[in-house]
Unconditional design. Structure first.
Lengths: 310, 367, 259
């Protein structure tokens, strides 16, 4: 077979193939390598916290007592954001996909996407200087009239820089995420299902509840979870808006703090053990957001086989 | 409505249906009632709008329910709420843009764009407030920092992100390495930006000693946020390049790497470029990672590998939270909003450019 | 130019699944050979093994030999790229490169391989290839326009021009007319008739009349049932296959009783 004329290789480009595939493989591995080394370094730098004398930790009672209130604060802020943004986001997505005049649907979509383009620090500044003073009036009213509900317990913050304000700003920030993901899912609803519902004499809303929403449910859930992941980790809005403090039930007083804001506010001046504390807090935040994102993905994958979307 | 009054015999198809003007009548009633109630608690445009909207939704639904039945009423209520959701979503956007324009434009000047905060002290701010002289100091150092850090982040992220996406789409056969990369890119997508900052701080802290803060560390932090976006969007774009084009090239005896670089990537380039631009737009406004990696500076620093650096977002943050003069905060606030305006203009331009790239350079396929 | 192909004991697998079983066939040089058969019988899969295009699909592999004038395509030292530059292929749907002009599409095989070519040589090659594909007169005034602006039939002839521009020995065509209207189909069939004076042409088609019109030899592939491998049932002169087939299955198929 030594005479096989096909053995001549043309152009000598084989080395090019090897170099290029090698480079792209290396880029993939580099991502893994950097993430791995970063995780290792983070853990190394967080470790001193766990060996340290509890009295030396901020608060004086060990790392758990330090981290617990700000974990709760993080969860509260994200929960408020999600409670507001999810229904609103679904509504906006339905508006763009099924209600708005066809001609305007796309421009409206762009407009909502603009919300995502505004940098978080600008939202923070807006919440701090525009929204908070406005809401302070409403908080005052809430404290006077609904103060018996623990979350509205007075005296209301005079500046309006409270957990509820932070949650509302966060809601505005996660709204475009939930909207754009839900909108995409809504648009993918098989039109046959929609037409079948309409042909049975269903109203538009009945068609949506019969055909669109069941189809889109896993998509909506994952959109909300991804929004949650964003809200949990969002820093600047909270750092600027919230006048932080210890854990309190009332959402209209100053108080509470989130992990991300705690890090942002204290990291620039931190050194030694304090630095380790903040890095450890960052790891906790990372684990929480990771868990949320994993659950989101798990929901999607579990529902994929039922949704009929391929 | 002319039909309803003039034709003697009403169409069977419109029987039991509210005439078109009914909702306008309800709206008018709601506006009047809303004005009345708003006047009771202290009249303002906002309270008027809120009360009127609530009355309109309740009354509109009720009227429909009485005239057309429960199913139609639910349909109508859903319509109101969905339109309402969109209007409510627009309010913060309009408010933010209005605020930035209203408060940012006065501070935007040549002086603001091309001087730094070097030497600007609280005393100077106090003086400009007391005597009404123009506010001194600007964001030049922060603009320089933003551009440099973003540039470096782009230089790091784009090659890595592009090649990783090429690996995932063109080379991998769904093996465990590809699944690991996809998984960790997903993980990276969800990393909070402050944690990305900690990542870079920890990495450089370990390598060069704690407290290493330079523009380059910040660029690495931004890369952690940018790489997954680039990988994702590039992956999507490469995936929609029809396989037929790859096969056509292979059938001509073209090598795989040339097929990728000369056929696949050029076909997807508009989408890839627009994705990269959007990724830049996303990280250029990041604040938290810069806070923990680049520190803060008030003078110009052209060296990303040494000394602290400011960017527009951190400049805004510090001007608002720690005004230069604690007693006269107006100059700092003015500088912050002017910087916000500059930042938003940058981000919007990048978004616009991304859309233009996607539209203008898309290959003209017949399908 | 133009070489013969001899296939010996060829099995095609997708991972563990045997898609085509035990094919032996000798394809003559300078002739048109048609592969016919019902959908899923493996004729396209088999066609792709003739220039190793099946390797693009992950998990696809073959056993056996394919000899191009005696040289085995599957010899371990053979680079599939070399094989494909000698055995060209035209696909089911026209697929001109959307980022390239008509001219660049024709020159794609040369340019993408970074071979240097002078402008006059390139012009000559473009004209020769487009004339060879019966397209020159229709596009000579708009060579710089994108190839995707042409009609479907013109695009397919552009793809044929692109294939013959790298001067292959063999041209494989995978249902080249299935996405085209009758008039474009006629133009392609005329072209196939012209091509056989210089090239070995192998064409897969669903359309039996087309096989009868364009080919000298016809191979009938069939499949015993879903999940079973496709097999070469009968191979012979086209007139014999359509008029006096020796196998019952062939007769049933060409007379339209199934498929």
């Amino acid at each position: 077979m030594s005479t096989n004329a096909l053995r001549r290789t043309g152009g000598g480009g084989q080395s090019g193939d090897r170099i290029f595939s090698g480079a792209s493989l290396a880029a993939g591995c580099l991502i893994l390598g950097v993430l791995f080394s970063v995780a290792v370094f983070l853990i190394i730098q967080a470790l001193p916290v766990f060996g340290a004398d509890p009295a030396e930790i901020t608060g004086g009672e060990g790392f758990f007592t330090y981290i617990f209130p700000i974990v709760i604060g993080t969860v509260i802020a994200a929960a408020i954001a999600l409670l507001i943004a999810t229904p609103l986001g679904i509504g906006v997505a339905l508006f763009i996909s099924h209600y708005a005049p066809r001609r305007f649907a796309q421009p409206f979509g762009y407009v909502i996407d603009l919300l995502a383009a505004i940098p978080s620090v600008v939202y923070g500044a807006w919440g701090y200087s525009v929204l908070a003073p406005q809401l302070a009036l409403a908080y005052d009213w809430l404290a006077r009239n609904m103060g018996w509900i623990p979350i509205f317990e007075g005296p209301a913050s005079q500046t309006g820089r409270t957990m509820l304000t932070a949650g509302i700003v966060l809601a505005v920030m996660v709204l475009p995420i939930i909207t754009s993901l839900s909108r995409e899912i809504f648009l993918q609803t098989p039109s046959l299902h929609e037409e079948a519902a309409l042909a049975m004499g269903a109203t538009r809303w009945e068609m949506i509840t019969m055909a669109v929403l069941p189809f889109a449910r896993p998509g909506i859930i994952s959109a909300a979870m991804l929004g949650l992941g964003r809200a949990l980790g969002e820093t600047m809005a909270v750092a600027l808006v919230l006048s932080g403090g210890g854990l309190t039930a009332s959402l209209i007083q100053s108080g509470n703090q989130t992990i991300a804001a705690e890090i942002a506010l204290n990291f620039p001046e931190a050194f030694g053990l304090r630095l380790s504390e903040l890095i450890a807090a960052g790891l906790v935040l990372f684990v929480i957001t990771l868990a949320v994102n994993m659950i989101a993905r798990w929901i999607i994958s579990r529902h994929k086989e039922f949704s009929g979307a391929n | 409505m002319a039909n309803a009054t003039l034709t003697p015999r009403r169409s069977q198809l419109t029987k039991g249906k509210l005439p078109n003007w009914a909702m306008w009548a309800v709206l008018a009633g709601a506006l009047i009632l809303g004005a009345a109630v708003a006047a009771l608690v202290g009249f303002s445009i906002i309270s008027w709008a809120i009360f009127s909207a609530v009355f309109f939704i309740i009354a509109g639904t009720a009227v429909t329910g009485v005239a057309e039945g429960g199913r139609k009423a639910r349909n109508r209520l859903a319509l109101f709420l969905i339109y309402g959701a969109f209007i409510v979503a627009l309010l913060p956007l309009l408010s933010v843009i209005w605020t930035v324009l209203e408060r940012g434009v006065p501070g935007l000047s040549y002086n603001f764009l091309f001087t730094s905060m070097n030497g600007v002290t609280g005393a100077i701010d106090n003086e400009s407030v007391a005597e009404g002289t123009p506010v001194l100091g600007g964001a030049y150092h922060a603009i320089v920092g933003t551009l440099q850090i973003t540039l470096w982040a782009t230089l790091i992220s784009v090659p890595i992100g592009l090649l990783a996406a090429v690996y995932l789409v063109e080379y991998s056969t769904g093996g465990s390495l590809a699944r690991a990369i996809t998984f960790f890119v997903d993980v990276m997508t969800g990393i909070p930006s402050i944690v990305a900052g900690l990542f870079a701080a920890a990495l450089f802290g370990q390598l060069f000693g704690p407290g290493t803060r330079t523009g380059f560390v910040a660029a690495v932090a931004l890369s952690v946020l940018m790489i997954p976006v680039v990988v994702r969007s590039t992956e999507e774009m490469l995936k929609i390049v029809p396989n037929e084009l790859r096969e056509a090239a292979y059938a001509l005896g073209v090598r795989k790497w040339r097929t990728i670089t000369k056929v696949v990537v050029p076909t997807a380039i508009s989408g890839i470029a627009s994705g990269v631009t959007l990724a830049i737009a996303r990280v250029i406004g990041e604040t938290a990672p810069i806070l923990v990696t680049a520190g803060f500076a008030s003078s110009i620093n052209w060296n990303v590998f040494g000394d602290w650096m400011s960017t527009l977002p951190t400049f805004i943050y510090y001007q608002i939270l720690t005004p230069t003069s604690p007693t006269a905060t107006d100059p700092s606030t003015q500088r912050a909003w002017a910087a916000a305006l500059v930042l938003i203009i940058m981000v919007m331009l990048l978004n616009l450019v991304a859309r233009l790239i996607a539209r203008l350079f898309a290959p003209k396929t017949s399908r | 130019m133009s070489k013969r192909i001899d296939v010996k004991d060829l099995n095609v697998y997708y991972s563990k699944f045997l898609a085509v079983e035990d094919v032996n066939i000798n394809i003559e040089a300078r002739s048109v050979t048609a592969f016919i058969g019902p959908s899923g019988c493996g004729k396209s899969t088999f066609l792709r093994t003739l220039n190793r295009m099946h390797e693009v699909i992950p998990g696809a592999r073959v056993e056996g030999e394919v000899l191009l004038d005696g040289d085995n395509l599957y010899d371990s030292a053979v680079d599939p790229v070399t094989v494909r530059s000698q055995i060209g292929m035209v696909f089911q749907r026209p697929n001109p490169f959307p980022t390239m002009s008509i001219r660049d599409n024709v020159l794609a095989g040369v340019k993408l391989n970074n071979r240097r070519i002078s402008k006059s040589d390139a012009d000559a090659l473009v004209e020769k290839s487009l004339r060879g594909a019966n397209l020159w007169n229709e596009v000579k005034d708009r060579l710089a326009r994108p190839g995707s602006g042409l009609s479907g039939g013109q695009q397919q002839r552009l793809c044929i021009a692109r294939a013959i521009a790298v001067s292959p020995e063999v041209i494989l065509m995978d249902e080249p007319c299935s996405a085209l209207d009758p008039i474009s189909t006629l133009a392609i069939e005329d072209l196939i008739n012209d091509l056989k004076s210089e090239y070995t042409v192998v064409i897969v088609t669903h359309n039996m009349q087309q096989a009868a019109r364009v080919s000298e030899k016809t191979a009938f592939f069939n499949i015993a049932g879903t999940g079973k491998p496709g097999k070469l049932i009968e191979y012979g002169n086209t007139t014999d296959i359509f008029n006096v087939p020796s196998e019952k299955a062939t007769e049933d198929y060409v007379s339209g009783r199934f498929g």
